[in-house]
Design a protein around this ligand. Sequence first.
Ligand SMILES: C[S@@+](CC[C@H](N)C(=O)[O-])C[C@H]1O[C@@H](n2cnc3c(N)ncnc32)[C@H](O)[C@@H]1O
Length: 270
Amino acid sequence: MKRVSEEIYSRIDNNIYNIDGDRWWHPDFSLNLLRTLYNPFRVGYAKKLFEQLIKINTEKLSALEVGCGGGILSEEIAKMGFITTGLDPSEQSLNIAIKHANDNNLKIKYEIGTGENLPFQKDSFDVVFCCDVLEHVHDLPKVISEISRVLKNRGIFIYDTFNRTHLSKISIINILQEWKRWAIMPANLHVWEMFIKPDEIRSLLEENHLEWKEHRGIKPGISYIKMLHYLHKRAIGELTYEEFGKKFLMVESRSTQIMYMGYAVKSFSL
Ligand SMILES: C[S@@+](CC[C@H](N)C(=O)[O-])C[C@H]1O[C@@H](n2cnc3c(N)ncnc32)[C@H](O)[C@@H]1O
């Protein structure tokens, strides 16, 4: 797999993260969905992994979140006991993250930078998270190679992303971003061509000494009829993003057709 072409990359609007003001924690902005819609599933997945599968004590281990935005996931990582660092290219988002962590007495180190060029020494972290970010980056192979470089030997990489299928095109691009009756996201938030097939990420991981372990599908925890009903209510402003997210909880699915989460373990020091 190669980095995406300039033409495809020019279509994604990563500037949305540079808008002034709090677009992350405010209940009436779409980025807040990461908290209400995604956090319960992905934090639950990570906790289950650490407590039941890998059986590690997260207290005092170091974790990095690549593409942390306003800190919605980083704060949960810190609450799990990790010595936490969040990294993002958006200075505006980092300012929101720093303020929110300070207001909530959470000790998190935030740094500016991109996943393609991580400003850390090799073997720096026990765990790296990269959630809802891989489908936004210009050079995915470089990001994966950088994540592998900064992970310690036997360190864990946890990620989630969108699959590139007909179903993800209809649900994530057409329904959520384009078709006015239901669209609740900005039109260029995601570009379908930048979505990643599970086998593509698996190959990239293995090329970078990250031993792939599993993929779990993610789907809305309500019926498609109810989902469209709530989407429409949000699209016409009858529900805030926060209210919408709480009705629409994501759950594990056997199908990875739309969205999936997984992890890999670094198999030796590079
Ligand atoms: C959808 S947000 C996800 C934020 C956070 N991971 C979460 O799930 O709460 C995508 C984030 O990726 C960041 N991003 C975009 N390109 C990136 C890159 N090349 N390297 C690292 N982060 C990037 C954006 O600035 C934005 O904060």
